[in-house]
Design a protein around this ligand. Structure first.
Ligand SMILES: Nc1nc2c([nH]c(=O)n2[C@H]2C[C@H](O)[C@@H](COP(=O)(O)OP(=O)(O)OP(=O)(O)O)O2)c(=O)[nH]1
Length: 146
């Protein structure tokens, strides 16, 4: 029985892993920032947490600091990124591992440099937004943390 499980195991990881890091920015009122994916991208129009793919050789937290600078124009440090939750979900021909961090401290004012819009919402309001499938299970986890 144990042998069969071990033999079957590689089949379950046939899709390449796509590691994506994202941040739930939280303001002083406990609201969360989400951004809208622009036209021309996959899942255009859906609301997501700012972030993106981890590049080869990059640490996840360094990737997220970089993505937040590129996408929102804000500065933060790896030590301010608190690991919060993750999602594991098929995405096209890949398997998405989405690592969500909570961020409460940054400098600068977030702007939609890549997204079509940004908004700040109460955690409970996330349930009513159109978000990528991987994000849905993260909402309840985030609500419990904020
Ligand atoms: N940043 C971010 N990406 C997410 C979230 N949920 C989710 O499924 N994703 C997916 C969308 C993308 O396929 C991938 C992030 O890739 P990316 O932000 O670096 O690049 P992209 O939008 O140009 O990706 P793509 O069009 O090539 O799919 O993770 C989320 O909350 N935030």
């Amino acid at each position: 029985m144990i042998k069969e499980v071990l033999i079957d195991e590689p089949k379950r990881v046939a899709r390449p892993l796509l590691i994506v890091v994202a941040a739930a920015l939280i303001d002083a009122d406990g609201r969360v920032m989400v951004q809208q994916r622009p036209e021309g991208k996959s899942m255009a129009g859906l609301w997501e947490f700012a972030g993106g793919k981890v590049e080869v050789g990059e640490l996840p937290e360094a990737a997220l600091v970089r993505e937040l600078r590129e996408e929102l124009g804000i500065e933060t440090e790896a030590s301010c990124l608190a690991p919060a939750a993750f999602a594991s979900e098929a995405l096209g021909d890949k398997h998405l591992l989405l690592l969500l961090y909570v961020l409460r401290k940054w400098s600068g004012v977030p702007s939609a440099l890549h997204a079509s819009a940004l908004k700040w919402v109460r955690p409970v309001e996330l349930h009513a937004l159109d978000m990528p499938p991987a994000d849905r299970p993260l909402i309840g986890l985030l609500e419990a943390l904020i």
